[in-house]
Design a protein around this ligand. Structure first.
Ligand SMILES: Cc1cc2nc3c(=O)[nH]c(=O)nc-3n(C[C@H](O)[C@H](O)[C@H](O)COP(=O)(O)OP(=O)(O)OC[C@H]3O[C@@H](n4cnc5c(N)ncnc54)[C@H](O)[C@@H]3O)c2cc1C
Length: 198
């Protein structure tokens, strides 16, 4: 069995395999939409984890954000499954390829929603997404008690776990730029709240 490479978009993965037209070979096509299911799962999971670690999970505005992220993730998962369950058939070369329309709808939806997903994840995590340090600083035992104390989240959650989750968020949102824009000088919620007093 031949397994294709996994470039980001859908069509470039399918086209080279069609072009090969190698008789007698089975093709398993891995398409971009499928691996986005995983990265979106990570995004929703990280957002839910940060909401919990920050002690925010009961607030309605956080629950609304988590609900949007879950919908955004699930629509991609559903379209990816539908693409496999309703494949395009190329009888002449014995090929069943992921449904082109479904994969492209999924690709459009996750690409179009990426900035919103990144925004919500940064918003829930907080400004520390920007300034969080790395492993080497954590291993500085002299500073460890201060880091443990001042970077703690909800009671009962080890600070180290919170920091690991924040580092994951930083990767998922493409480093620190978005979080800086959103949080420096106050979170979106803080702006919204203070406008009510203007
Ligand atoms: C690059 C950078 C520069 C900065 N420079 C400065 C500076 O010069 N001076 C300064 O004072 N600060 C500065 N900050 C800090 C900045 O003001 C805070 O990051 C910002 O106020 C957000 O606070 P937070 O990071 O604790 O996130 P949080 O306030 O914890 O926000 C995380 C989430 O929690 C929610 N949340 C928070 N509190 C509540 C609540 N009570 N009820 C419901 N939901 C809540 C928020 O809406 C958000 O969704 C800077 C931050 C960055 C990233």
């Amino acid at each position: 069995m031949h397994i294709s490479a996994t470039p980001d978009a859908n069509e470039p993965i399918i086209s080279p395999c069609r072009a090969h037209r190698e008789e007698g070979k089975d093709y398993a096509l891995v398409f971009g939409t499928a691996h986005k299911v995983i990265s979106l799962d990570q995004t929703v999971g990280a957002a839910a984890l940060m909401a919990e670690f920050n002690g925010l999970d009961k607030y309605p505005h956080i629950q609304e954000k988590l609900a949007w992220l879950a919908m955004h993730c699930q629509i991609n998962d559903t379209m990816a499954r539908a693409a496999c369950e309703h494949p395009d058939m190329y009888e002449d070369i014995g090929l069943a390829a992921p449904n082109l329309m479904y994969t492209n709808i999924a690709k459009f939806m996750f690409a179009n929603g990426q900035h919103e997903a990144s925004k919500l994840l940064a918003d829930i995590t907080g400004g520390v997404t920007t300034t969080v340090f790395g492993y080497k600083d954590w291993m500085n035992l002299e500073e460890r008690p201060f880091n443990n104390k001042y970077l703690a989240g909800k009671g009962g959650i080890p600070t180290e776990h919170r920091l690991r989750a924040i580092r994951l968020v930083k990767d998922l949102i493409g480093d620190s730029h978005d979080a800086t824009i959103i949080h420096a000088e106050g979170s979106l919620g803080a702006k919204d709240g203070s406008l009510r007093f203007c």
